[in-house]
Design a protein around this ligand. Sequence first.
Ligand code: FA5
Length: 290
Amino acid sequence: IQQLFNLFKELSTDKKREVGKELNVLSKYAEEVYRSTKIELEEMATSSSDLDLTLPGIQDFIGSEHSVRQTIKQMIEIFKKMGFSVAEGPEVEDEYHNFDALNFPPNHPARDMQDTFFIENKFDTVVLRTHTSPVQIRMMENVKPPIRAIMPGRVYRNETLDSTHLAEFHQIEGLYIDKNVTMAELKATMMHFARVMYGEDIEFRFRASFFPFTEPSAELDIRTKYSNKWMEIVGCGMVHPNVLKAGGIDPEEYSGYAFGFGVERITMAKTQLDDIRKLYENDVRVLSQF
Ligand code: FA5
C-alpha cells in the first residue's frame, strides 16, 4: 500500500482524484484487517479455551518415608499411648552391656564370632550391638523405677541372609519395671500391640522360649489374614533377677518385663512383603507402594 501511495504522487491531478478514493478505501480496509487479526491472535494466546484438561499433568516425584521408618513411628505412637517413654542407646557397645550384664554366661554361643561383629580395640572388648537389650541396662543404671520405656534402634548380626533374616536390622526394646509386675501384663501388652497394629482379626500364639536375661521367656508369632505362615515378631519375658541386680535394682522389691520386637518383620507382615531383603534393595517400584 505504501508503494501504491508512492506511485500515486506521480499521477496527474485528474487521475489522482480518480485513484485517490479507491486507494483510501483499500488502505482503511487493510488497517482494519490488521487491527482485528492482531486482537484475535492476542486473545488466542491468553485464552484458556484451547486448554486440554484430559492431557496428563506434569507429575512431581516426591520421595516418601521408608516403610521401616513409618513402622518405627507407628510403634512409638502405640506404646506412647500405653504410657511408655522413648530412650536410645549406643550402637557400638562394650561386651559388658551387650552380654555380661544381661546374664549371658561367659561361654554362651551367642558371643561367638558367628553372630557378633567385634570391633578391634586394645583395651576392652567392643561390639556392634547384637540387640537393643543393652539399652535396658543403661536405662536401669540411670533411672530409678518405676521404668516404662521403649528403645528403638539398629542392631547388627553376622547372619546368613534369607527371606526373614538380615545382618543389619532394627529392634524396639521395651522395659517395664515396677512393684508386682506380672507375666499377664506382658502378655496383655503384646496382644494389645498386635491388635492395634494389625487389626482385631490378627492371629497370634505365644511360645515358651529362652533368653539368658528373662525368666520365664516367650516368643510371639503372628499370622495375618494375607498369609498362611506364622512369623516370629518379638522375644519377651520377665526380667531375670541377675539383670535387675546388674542394673542396680533390688529384685526383692521390684519385678519387670522386657520385650524386643524385630521392626523389619513387623513391616513385612504389615505390607505383605514375602522377603525381608526387598526392604533394602532400594527398588522404588517396591518402596513407593507403602
Ligand atoms: C533378641 O534379640 C532379644 N534381645 C529380645 C528380647 C528382649 C527378649 C527383651 C526378651 C526380653 P531375638 O534374637 O529373638 O531376641 O530377636 C528379636 C526379634 O528380632 C525377633 O523376634 C525377630 O522379629 C527379629 N530378628 C531377629 N533376628 C533377625 C534378623 N536376622 N533379621 C531380621 N529380624 C530379626
